[in-house]
Design a protein around this ligand. Structure first.
Ligand code: DX5
Ligand code: ZN
Length: 219
C-alpha cells in the first residue's frame, strides 16, 4: 500500500503567525496543506479567501489541498487554479451539476475532489466515482475546527472503499474533522488514504512532533 498522507489544516494555525506555521509544515513530515475556504452561506462561518490563499501559496512548498465550503463553487474554479491550488474539493451538497463541475476543475489543471457532509451517503457517488480524484468524508459538520469526530465515519469509509474497488477507480479517501491520535490508525485500517488534522496538530505543544507521531501512527 502507498504511504498514507497527512494534511494539516491551516484553519487551526495562528493567523498572526501564518508564515511561521507554514514553514513548520514545510519542515515537517506532513504531506499536504489543507486550506478551508468558507463563505458564511454554505457553512455558518467565514474563514479566509483569495488574498490569504495567495499568501499561503507564496510560502507553502507542498501540495495545496483546497476545500471549498461555499455555494456556487463553479464561479471560482479558475481563480483557485491561478492561485496555485493543486486539488480543488467542492461539496456534493453545493453542486447541482457535479459532473460538469468536476470536468471544469480538471480542465483548469487541478485534481478534482468531492466532499460529503456527515448526512450524505457515499452511495450517491456510485455513478461518478471514476471522475473523482479524491472524496473528502466530513467527520464533523463543516464550518469549524475543534469539533468531535462522528463515529459513523468508519462505516462510511468502508462502504466507500468497496465502491472504489468495485468500480476500479483510483480515488483517494480523505477524512476531515476531529482527527487525532486516537482515531487515525483506525481510519486508515478502515480504508482512508489522507487524514486532515487541524486542532490536534496546531493546538498541540509541539506541532512538529505531533505531525511526526501521527505519520508514524498511520505508516
Ligand atoms: C471543518 C474543516 C476542517 C477543519 C478540521 O469545516 O473542513 O478541515 O479545519 O479541523 P479539526 O481537525 O480541528 O477538526
Ligand atoms: Zn476541510
Amino acid at each position: 500500500m502507498p504511504d498514507k498522507l497527512l494534511a494539516p489544516s491551516l484553519l487551526a494555525a495562528d493567523f498572526a503567525n501564518l508564515q511561521r506555521d507554514i514553514e513548520m509544515v514545510n519542515e515537517s513530515e506532513a504531506d499536504w496543506f489543507h486550506l478551508d475556504v468558507m463563505d458564511g452561506v454554505f457553512v455558518p462561518n467565514i474563514s479566509f479567501g483569495m488574498p490569504v490563499v495567495k499568501a499561503i501559496a507564496n510560502h507553502a512548498r507542498k501540495t495545496l489541498d483546497v476545500h471549498l465550503m461555499i455555494v456556487e463553487p463553479d464561479r471560482y474554479i479558475t481563480t483557485f487554479s491561478e492561485l496555485g491550488a493543486n486539488i480543488l474539493t467542492v461539496h456534493y451538497e453545493a453542486c447541482t451539476h457535479l459532473h460538469r463541475t468536476l470536468q471544469a476543475i480538471k480542465m483548469a489543471g487541478m485534481k478534482a475532489g468531492v466532499a460529503l457532509n456527515p448526512h450524505t451517503s457515499v452511495k450517491l457517488l456510485e455513478d461518478s466515482i471514476q471522475d473523482i480524484d479524491l472524496v473528502c468524508l466530513m467527520s464533523v459538520n463543516p464550518g469549524f475546527g475543534g469539533q468531535s469526530f462522528i463515529e459513523n465515519t468508519y462505516q462510511k469509509v468502508k462502504d466507500l472503499r468497496k465502491i472504489i474497488e468495485q468500480k476500479k477507480s483510483g480515488t483517494l479517501i480523505e477524512i476531515d474533522g476531529g482527527v487525532n491520535a486516537g482515531n487515525a490508525k483506525k481510519l486508515v485500517t478502515a480504508g482512508a488514504d489522507v487524514l486532515v488534522a487541524g486542532s490536534f496538530v496546531f493546538k498541540s505543544q509541539h506541532p512538529l512532533e505531533t505531525i511526526a507521531s501521527l505519520k508514524k501512527e498511520i505508516a
